[in-house]
Design a protein around this ligand. Structure first.
Ligand code: FES
Length: 211
């Protein structure tokens, strides 16, 4: 999917890292001459610093990619290539709560279309749009690797799994009101254990009369 990049009028003229000690720390993780490998954590740091300003959720302005290119002494196009390849790098302003709905086959089979509908109804926006108050953005994404707890969404850094449309709406209400929402499975199961409770292969073998 082609990444959505902010238009010129939304791009700040310049960017400078605020936490220069963190930048130094990131660079120090790589051997001399291999600092260009720091491009990914630096892109991530940009998103966190932009989000911390509090005006939008985390995103990466073009000026920040140019700054990373300068810092790492590499062509800007190489930074753009990395930033546009991975969907975790956001290149346009988004809401403070960026809801990324997984609609790939396992989530779809478990009702992701209903989760998307619940988000759209509750927020009054469609996929790819943001609410007027800047609180929420809805994005469709491919498998986020939590299929065992489908359907699920990612909101900023956290996964919300085993969703129902009603629970999805409650989560949006809670985030909107600034309340904490428990992350992970929303149906009471622990991590990805069986919904019916813990099982072991030995138990199953016994039940089948072969243990
Ligand atoms: S299909 Fe949704 S997490 Fe894998």
């Amino acid at each position: 999917m082609k990444p959505i990049v902010a238009p010129k009028e939304q791009q700040p003229a310049s960017f400078a890292f605020k936490d220069t000690a963190k930048v130094k720390d990131i660079l120090s993780r790589y051997p001399e001459g291999r600092q260009q490998s720091a491009v990914m954590p630096l892109l991530d740091l940009v998103m966190r610093e932009v989000a911390a300003e509090g005006k939008t959720g985390g995103w990466i302005p073009e000026a920040a990619m140019n700054e990373i290119a300068r810092l790492l002494d590499m062509p800007a196009i190489k930074v753009y290539e990395v930033a546009t390849f991975y969907s975790m790098y956001i290149l346009r302003p988004v809401g403070k709560h960026h809801i990324q709905c997984c609609t790939t086959t396992p989530c779809w089979l478990r009702g992701s279309s209903e989760i998307v509908k619940a988000c759209e109804e509750k927020l009054g926006i469609h996929m790819g749009e943001s609410t007027a108050d800047g609180k929420f953005t809805l994005t469709e994404v491919e498998c986020l690797g939590a299929c065992v707890n489908a359907p699920m969404v990612q909101i900023n850094d956290s996964y919300y799994e085993d969703l129902t449309p009603a629970r999805m709406k409650e989560i949006i209400d809670a985030l909107s009101a600034g309340r904490e929402v428990p992350k992970g499975p929303q149906n009471g199961r622990k991590c990805s254990m069986a919904v019916s409770g813990p099982t072991t292969l030995a138990d199953e073998a016994k039940k089948a009369g072969v243990g």
